[in-house]
Design a binder for this molecule. Structure first.
Ligand code: PLP
Length: 413
């Protein structure tokens, strides 16, 4: 970072402060992770200097021979990782990967879609009225069964028969249980709809076989690269060879210009890392860590939505504690533990306040922490939440967090 420090010391100082925050704190945001030095090097490389509109072998600019090689590497590796026939690695983000499928399969202002509601675990880009998706399509949302707080496939099927959507989206941002992708595809087939699985959160778990991989089961898969998968911020799409052309056209020229080639290079690195044998252990450890922490939180009397977790995240319902998600997020932040407030099923507060807290283990697992550390972190969280006005406890926990965090490297090997 020596050049940056010379050219722009102001920004260099900001980045250094953020580095210290990441090193000394515990990142428990379920949608975040810590990338390897190799991913960072590819991201910060001269691959950013090039326009490469089009696809390998069919570019609109000269001088793309090495960009073709990099993009082919990323495509081949992600196809191998998930066992897919076709991959598009150009979407700048998960939202844009979703947009490409919608644009390729549905007519704006006309078609209906079904997806999981935001308050019960879905994502903004699945049809929220404040997202392009909710403005361009007629959206009908399903939720979870309010007793079990898990997906009720029978209810989704019944709704699909009534709504007759053009497409059904499954996948979530705050759902701690396994998703049955075959059930969703069957429901979609029954009403002549396409099925899209947005695996942004669980992509790393699916790639490692820790969560069922929807490849070959659903019509389209969209994802981000930066959550459990542990790559640069970005998106990608997987589909059958028969859909390749439609999907590629929807991405470029449909909704993007030049691909971010430095990001695509870093995606190639991330996919290669995920293909290594050790990655499966990492993915398995993410879930073990979440389950170890969930057990401690549950023992401390915190109510876990759906009773626990099958994946990388835990959703706590704080409504019986008399504190809001916002208060919990703020106080834990002061203790060096970064989490985020989240709506829960049956939510009665605004999304800016919420009654829930979402906790995830991908980033701390990347630092090499295991069940023992997770049990300690769970106990600290429970201790801080037991009395959010106790400054002495917050200070003490912060000290313990910093002492533990500083023993683990920021970058995975
Ligand atoms: N899909 C799901 C399920 C997500 O959880 C997210 C982000 O959290 C996205 C899509 C959007 O990804 P991005 O922020 O890259 O647009």
């Amino acid at each position: 970072m020596s050049h940056l420090a010379d050219t722009d010391p102001e920004l260099a100082r900001i980045i250094e402060s953020e580095r210290v925050r990441q090193v000394t704190g515990l990142e428990l945001i379920a949608s975040e992770n810590l990338v390897s030095q190799a991913v960072l090097e590819a991201m910060g490389s001269i691959m950013t200097n090039k326009y490469a509109e089009g696809y390998p072998g069919k570019r609109y600019y000269g001088g793309c021979e090495f960009h073709d090689q990099a993009e082919n590497l990323a495509r081949d590796r992600v196809k191998q990782l998930f066992g897919a026939e076709h991959a598009n690695v150009q979407p700048h983000s998960g939202t844009q990967a979703n947009m490409a499928i919608y644009f390729s399969q549905m007519e704006c202002g006309k078609d209906r879609m079904m997806s999981m509601s935001l308050t019960q675990g879905g994502h903004l880009s699945h049809g929220s009225p404040v997202s392009f998706s909710g403005r361009l399509y007629e959206v009908h949302q399903y939720g979870v069964d309010l007793e079990t707080e898990t997906l009720d496939y029978g209810a989704v099927e019944e709704q699909a028969r009534k709504v007759r959507p053009k497409g059904i989206v499954c996948g979530a941002s705050a759902y701690p249980r396994e998703i049955d992708f075959s059930a969703f595809q069957e429901i979609a087939d029954g009403v002549d709809a396409f099925c899209m699985a947005d695996i942004a959160h669980i992509a790393g778990l699916c790639a490692a076989g820790i969560h069922p991989n929807p490849t070959g089961t659903v019509d389209f898969i969209t994802s981000t690269t930066h959550k459990t998968l542990r790559g640069p911020r970005g998106g990608f799409i997987l589909c059958g060879a028969d859909m390749a052309q439609q999907v590629d056209k929807a991405v470029f020229p449909g909704m993007q210009g030049g691909p971010l080639m430095h990001t695509i290079a870093a995606k190639a690195v991330c996919f290669q890392e995920a293909l290594r044998p050790g990655y499966r252990d990492y993915a398995r450890q993410i879930v073990r860590n979440a389950q170890a922490m969930a057990a401690v939180l549950d023992d401390a009397g915190l109510r876990l939505v759906s009773g626990g977790t099958d994946n990388h995240l835990i959703l706590i319902d704080l409504s019986n504690r008399g504190i809001t998600g916002l208060e919990a997020e703020t106080v834990l932040g002061r203790a060096g533990i970064t989490v985020n407030k989240n709506t829960i099923p049956n939510e009665n507060r605004s999304p800016f306040v919420t009654s829930g807290l979402r906790i995830g283990t991908p980033a701390v697992t990347s630092r090499g922490m295991k069940e023992g550390e997770m049990r300690r972190v769970g106990a600290w969280i429970a201790r801080v939440l037991a009395d959010i006005t106790n400054d002495a406890v917050i200070r003490e926990v912060r000290g313990e967090v910093e002492a533990m965090a500083s023993q683990y490297p920021l970058h995975p090997a």
